[in-house]
Design a protein around this ligand. Sequence first.
Ligand SMILES: Nc1ncnc2c1ncn2[C@@H]1O[C@H](COP(=O)(O)OP(=O)(O)O)[C@@H](O)[C@H]1O
Ligand SMILES: [Mg+2]
Length: 280
Amino acid sequence: MTAPNPYRIVFANEKGGTGKSTTAVHVAIALAYQGAKVAAIDLDPRQRTLHRYLENRAETERRRGIALPGVTFTVYDGGAADIDDLDDLAAQIGQGQDFLVFDTPGKDDPLARHVATTADTLVTPLNDSFVDFDLIGQVDPETFKVRKLSFYAELMWDARKKRANKTIAEQGRELDWIVLRNRTQHIEARNMKRINAALEELSRRAGFRVSKGLSERVIFRELFPSGLTLLDKDHLGDLGTSHLVARQELRSLVAGLNLPMPASGPAKAPPAAELARTAA
Ligand SMILES: Nc1ncnc2c1ncn2[C@@H]1O[C@H](COP(=O)(O)OP(=O)(O)O)[C@@H](O)[C@H]1O
Ligand SMILES: [Mg+2]
């Protein structure tokens, strides 16, 4: 059964290049493969990566005469930031959907902030670098212990507090904030360990949980022009074993988000069953 209000998943941090758009597309398509109805709003009218990705996907379907699990999508380019306007668009595109995915620009932006603080699940991808880490907290240069929360972490802390103060009826769902270690590489074990330790410490103070995102792989850059994802395996050609690992990574990522999946109807059973079988 479809929930009256779609579950809102927001991909946000205040930095470009961490993989928000790429991860947003992959998660949205993965949910569609599992039989969920998914809509997506791109809040970055300049880059519109998510929107362009999904346009490319539609074009591939036309060109090849195929039908792929998909997402209803749009870009919000209301010019002047107008929160009511955005909420109207979200209500419109989200109608009858199970999930509403927001991709946001990598900068401080009033609309991005609005959707982040009203998310059901907020996904903040971070690369394994203290440069990225700085967005949520600062560490001591000698000990790498966390010194203080950043503005962004404080913002999310306040958002949760405000929600916790509301009545159950007003409050809706609790915010699940997930910091995703994304675009990870295997070459920097020492740095990775330090970041891990700092993230664990910060997660307790800032109220997020840490999960594993996608590894750094060329395939994620190559898929954009066709709009395909790693899950569209009948249409990708022979990709070799490293991509099997990558696909498994994507599935673990989605499982780690711990999203409320709708009970799928009989018409949707094939893709969901297919996913379950190959994940085994
Ligand atoms: N897991 C990944 N492996 C390799 N390249 C990636 C990965 N995720 C994203 N990229 C590439 O990194 C760049 C930034 O990714 P993007 O998703 O646009 O980040 P953001 O939306 O946070 O700015 C793009 O060129 C994209 O193709
Ligand atoms: Mg982006």
